[in-house]
Design a binder for this molecule. Structure first.
Ligand SMILES: Cc1ncc(COP(=O)(O)O)c(C=O)c1O
Length: 381
């Protein structure tokens, strides 16, 4: 059996042709493919605006800047995420506070977050960065209610979840990143994610004001709008300090063809998840799914007592499982700056047992059956 990774991009001839066409065209960057990708992505998630960026880490940085985060401001996020969800707060000198996860969904726990917020005076926190972890959408309606009560913004880290959705209390399907309950959402196009651009990211929002700010910050803070002076068509102003966080047209061309097959990809991921669940039911714990929720299944995670044993055993059979994630507050950098926050017992228990099994649309049934067989053989001893 050839090696089986935990995640993998799916590049076909259409993707290759789209990139080649762009390479031989007029624009390698700042051209029409970026706009087309943004428009297609906004339509896909039902958001008004989308802004393409060179990766989701840059996207998260722009998101906190656009929401006015400053040195010393405090933001709550989950410890079970990739470090980038927290690092964006540190980029502007803010303080990261972690709140515990729910032990069954592995998502930021509403109750713990509420407790943490209410343990401090009003105005103590500025925002929340919840994560649609593993592709499972958070109930953002409930978080929005809490955020509104305490004047907080929400950045939805939807890096794992293009194509995911939850059903709100009115029975309406809310797609991840649609901007209904979050101020901004951020997606990643790293190759292990659903949409592979090599590197890449997308911000979505329904606010025109935030959209304009993101556009400005993405390109150095340079604009031709609302200028103090205008000396000719060539003239521009740099009105604030921004960055070069642009996505190229080459990457956008790939993003367009990748996005076009994401619906199919998410359906296939759910087929794979259903097979895992059937094989593991009443034997092994896996991430629970709320009613009316569509998991985009970036990952398929199980919890086992001897996690290291299983990891090593799978590796011997050329199956490269992964651990998502080492809790962010236990990483040396966050230990050094001194983590403060609520009790994170669920996150720590989860981390002791979690392991992500292969999950990607081109995983074959034969490969998956081989993975399942190795897992069950190990568990049954
Ligand atoms: C939850 C989460 N947020 C943010 C990021 C950062 O994405 P990127 O690699 O595109 O910067 C990742 C990437 O792994 C992620 O998993």
């Amino acid at each position: 059996m050839k090696s089986i990774p935990y995640g993998k991009q799916n590049i076909d001839q259409k993707d290759i042709d789209a990139v080649i066409k762009t390479l031989t065209g007029d624009f390698l960057t700042q051209g029409p493919k970026v706009k087309e990708f943004e428009e297609n992505f906004a339509a896909y998630v039902d958001a008004k605006y989308a802004v393409a960026v060179n990766n989701a880490t840059s996207g998260l940085h722009l998101a906190v800047l656009a929401l006015g985060l400053k040195k010393g401001d405090r933001v709550i996020t989950t410890p079970i995420t990739f470090a980038a969800s927290a690092n964006c707060v540190r980029y502007v000198g803010g303080e990261v506070w972690f709140s515990d996860i729910d032990k069954d969904s592995y998502l930021l726990c509403l109750e713990s977050t509420k407790k943490l917020i209410e343990s401090k005076p009003k105005g103590f926190f500025k925002g929340i960065i919840p994560v649609d972890f593993a592709g499972l959408p958070l109930n953002l309606e409930a978080f929005r209610k809490l955020a509104n009560e305490h004047d907080l913004w929400i950045i939805e880290d939807a890096c794992h979840a293009p194509g995911g959705s939850f059903t709100d209390s009115k029975g309406m399907v809310q797609k991840c990143g649609n901007g209904k309950y979050a101020d901004i959402a951020v997606f990643s196009f790293h190759p292990v994610k659903h949409i592979a651009c090599g590197e890449g990211g997308m911000l979505t929002t329904n606010s025109e004001k935030i959209y304009k700010k993101l556009i400005s910050l993405r390109t150095h803070g340079i604009t031709k709008e609302n200028m103090e002076e205008n000396h000719g068509d060539w003239f521009y102003e740099m009105q604030e300090l921004g960055y070069n966080y642009r996505l190229t047209d080459i990457q956008s061309a790939l993003g367009i063809t990748q996005l076009a097959k994401n619906k199919k990809g998410v359906a296939r991921r759910n087929e794979i998840a259903a097979i895992y669940k059937e094989a593991f039911k009443s034997k092994i714990k896996f991430q629970s799914l709320g009613k009316g929720t569509v998991n985009a299944h970036h990952l398929f995670i199980i919890e086992v007592e001897d996690r290291k044993g299983l990891y090593d055993s799978l590796k011997k059979h050329n199956i490269f499982a992964q651990i998502h994630y080492i809790p962010v507050h236990t990483l040396p950098y966050y230990k050094i700056i001194g983590y403060e926050g609520s009790d994170l017992i669920n996150a720590e228990n989860y981390y002791a047992n979690c392991i992500s099994l292969p999950m990607y649309p081109t995983l074959t049934n034969k490969e998956q059956n081989f993975v399942i067989k190795q897992v069950i053989t190990f568990i049954d001893g």
